[in-house]
Design a binder for this molecule. Structure first.
Ligand SMILES: *[C@@H]1O[C@H](CO)[C@@H](O)[C@H](O)[C@H]1NC(C)=O
Ligand SMILES: *[C@@H]1O[C@H](CO)[C@@H](O)[C@H](O)[C@H]1NC(C)=O
Ligand SMILES: *[C@@H]1O[C@H](CO)[C@@H](O)[C@H](O)[C@H]1NC(C)=O
Ligand SMILES: *[C@@H]1O[C@H](CO)[C@@H](O)[C@H](O)[C@H]1NC(C)=O
Ligand SMILES: *[C@@H]1O[C@H](CO)[C@@H](O)[C@H](O)[C@H]1NC(C)=O
Length: 340
């Protein structure tokens, strides 16, 4: 790539020049270089408050998109402490063999705010509902969990995840790392998953409590550890398609299309219900699940663009196609709509 925009600023600080370009990209609309540069030389790091909202996915020159990739996927780093512990986790897992990172988004906040109750007892459902009502800024209060689940908008439960992994052909001795915070209901809730996959591990099982202690009270730092493991794993499978899953997906694409399986939750819950009430056999369930997921292993593809619906289109950070193999396929007409 041409990176004239980058090199012009190299001498200003020790920080990766592309980081600066990224910052400038965000800021140029409202601030002038003359204002920013002296601050940057002085402080080395500048936090642009209120600029972390959604960035444009499309309609940006290829040259700048390539810079974005260098920033997102190469230049940005976690603190040395997080990197070191994350790499240690990866090493411990690799010593045991190949492994799957399961982003099991079955955490209290997720369940409370999504209102997804499937498989919970009434007390648990009530507890989560109270939590949702306690946050005044949370807009959706009354939620129809059944409808939401049937639309594929709920994270898979540990029980559902276990069925899906088995149906996809993962063997009982597969090493699975749970890339998530505390699972709602704890070990009790993990029981079916652990019964199906005994080599199910969490970071707390791989590390002593001491090195984890400094991060324990900071969920985003704990998530950073999971992020490092998730990008490095042999297979990545998220049970919900939130920001974390999208970010990992993008990194794995960038790292040469490491295998990521994106579950089709809408079709899955339908099949799971049919299997659970004995309408379909296990054989039918497994072949149906495999059929549905044949096209759900991440492959080179073009981002889906939607006019005026930026929330629903594919995010740049999940599929930075400009920076990846076959990008020329995506440089055609501006309004191509290609679903991955
Ligand atoms: C960001 O700006 C808002 C006001 O616009 C302020 O209330 C808030 O404290 C700022 N956040 C940080 C981290 O500086
Ligand atoms: C984490 O938070 C708990 C509860 O607030 C507190 O008891 C503990 O000392 C904190 N741990 C660290 C390492 O800060
Ligand atoms: C099984 O579940 C499906 C989906 O929920 C439903 O349509 C069907 O009627 C159920 N069948 C039986 C026999 O309960
Ligand atoms: C599963 O069973 C359903 C209904 O019995 C049938 O329509 C479908 O073709 C079967 N699918 C597979 C993959 O066997
Ligand atoms: C991308 O290119 C590779 C190698 O040329 C090819 O095998 C693959 O089918 C292409 N993928 C797409 C989505 O076109």
């Amino acid at each position: 790539m041409r990176n004239t925009t980058c090199t012009r600023f190299v001498s200003l600080s020790g920080i990766h020049p592309c980081f600066m370009v990224h910052v400038l990209l965000c800021a140029l609309h409202s601030l002038s270089l003359v204002q920013i540069l002296p601050l940057f030389s002085k402080y080395k790091v500048i936090h642009f408050n209120k600029t972390d909202a959604r960035l444009a996915n499309n309609g940006i020159s290829t040259e700048l998109q390539l810079v974005r990739c260098r920033v997102n996927f190469r230049a940005l780093k976690f603190t040395p402490q997080i990197e070191a512990l994350g790499n240690k986790l990866v090493q411990k897992l690799r010593d045991k063999g190949s492994f799957v990172a399961l982003h099991l988004r079955y955490e209290m906040d997720m369940l409370a705010f999504s209102g997804c109750n499937h498989g919970l007892n009434p007390e648990e459902a009530e507890e989560l509902k109270r939590m949702r009502y306690a946050y005044p800024w949370w807009r959706d209060k009354e939620i129809d969990s059944k409808t939401k689940r049937s639309e594929g908008l709920c994270p898979l439960t540990p029980e559902e995840t276990s069925l899906v992994l088995k149906a996809l052909g993962f063997e009982k001795d597969t090493l699975i790392y749970i890339a998530a915070g505390e699972i709602y209901g704890g070990e009790k809730r993990l029981k079916p998953l652990r019964a199906a996959f005994p080599k199910l591990v969490r970071k707390e099982m791989l590390l002593d409590s001491e090195p984890l202690r400094q991060f324990q009270n900071h969920s985003s730092q704990m998530a950073a550890l999971d992020f490092i493991v998730s990008t490095a794993s042999d297979v990545f499978l998220p049970t919900y398609d939130g920001n974390m899953a999208k970010l990992v997906e993008g990194h794995r694409r960038f790292l040469g299309f490491r295998k990521s399986v994106l579950p089709d939750r809408r079709k899955l819950v339908e099949l799971i219900d049919l299997y659970n009430n004995k309408t379909i056999s296990w054989e039918n369930f497994t072949s149906s699940v495999q059929e549905v997921h044949r096209g759900r292993v991440v492959q080179p593809s073009c981002r889906r663009k939607l006019e005026n619906k930026p929330k629903e289109e594919d995010y740049f950070y999940a599929n930075p196609h400009e920076c990846l193999a076959n990008s020329s396929l995506c440089s055609g007409s501006k309004d191509t709509v290609t679903v991955r």
